[in-house]
Write a protein that binds this ligand. Sequence first.
Ligand code: GDP
Length: 367
Amino acid sequence: WTDGTQRDADNSLTELAALAETAGSQVLEGLIQRRSRPDPATYVGRGKVDDLTGVVLSTGADTVICDGELSPSQLRNLEQRTKVKVVDRTALILDIFAQHAKSKEGKAQVELAQLEYLLPRLRGWGETLSRQTGGSGRGGGAGGGVGLRGPGETKLETDRRRIRHRIARLRREIKAMKTVRQTKRARRSRNAVPAVAIAGYTNAGKSSLLNRLTGAGVLVENALFATLDPTTRRATTSDGRLYTLSDTVGFVRHLPHQIVEAFRSTLEEVAEADLVVHVVDGTHPDPEEQVRAVREVLSEVGADRLPELLVVNKTDATDEETLLRLKRLWPDAVFVSAYSGRGIEALREVIEQRLPRPAVEVRAVLP
Ligand code: GDP
């Protein structure tokens, strides 16, 4: 369903398909319906549900993925009508985050976000989600026994209580891990090492750029959300000053608020940087929309007041016309290709210039 333009809907659906593929699904068919707002009962209109059911039957699909956040009853109704699993954008993104989280803290944050998403949906959607989270390799947790279809009230209450306990425990653990990270960060700032945060839409090329700038072997994947756990590397300026470069979580349109909440402490690290290098994918059909989405998340964690350096990446694959348009649109941006290395030296220089200078330079002056 969309109330936007055809182009917005197409872009959003293409991205949804990429997300679904990242999660390991094979995408068979897309269906868009224009209407002023979602149907309260079935998300898409009643007539469209029949079309959808037809597509499910003809393609043999086993899942319907909707590009929005559905209410528990919308999910239930759609599942009953189409007879297959129905997943919304939020659940899909949470699932991808679960597959990609590597650090202990990242895993705990995703599990917390998943459980918070699950709690209000337990009654309507139990089986589907427990199967989904079970598949994400999270192990343990509240996944296993949760929400078999049509559980008795008592079972449901037990499940809810178990989930609430688990949520409380995860919150405590995350808080403790955050303290450890803050101590590390405080040590860094005592040493007065300037910090540069690389932010940007998912798949924009943040990890590739970090590799280019520091020679670090960071995993680069042509998949949404390759980066979940922030990576920090050291770099030095041409005159020998040390600074750090950190890769951040990939941003995406309609990032579920549970994710923003769960990753708040990681994202807040961006807010303490001295400079945000905001990477934009020059080959994307709508880079401006991506920039808007990233700035929205940055402002949510208070990082919008930091100096921002816009970097347009993938210029090796961007056509001339688009490049000209983007240069006019963002005259202060640096244009690079992490692939070919074009513009990387210039970028390094601009970063150096924009790093804060030490307030006092201490030198022993001998008479
Ligand atoms: P991240 O999600 O922002 O960290 O993005 P990655 O660094 O993992 O890169 C995402 C995809 O874009 C990968 O397939 C990269 O190979 C590709 N990519 C990154 N930089 C460039 C570039 O300069 N040119 C082209 N053509 N592709 C790039």
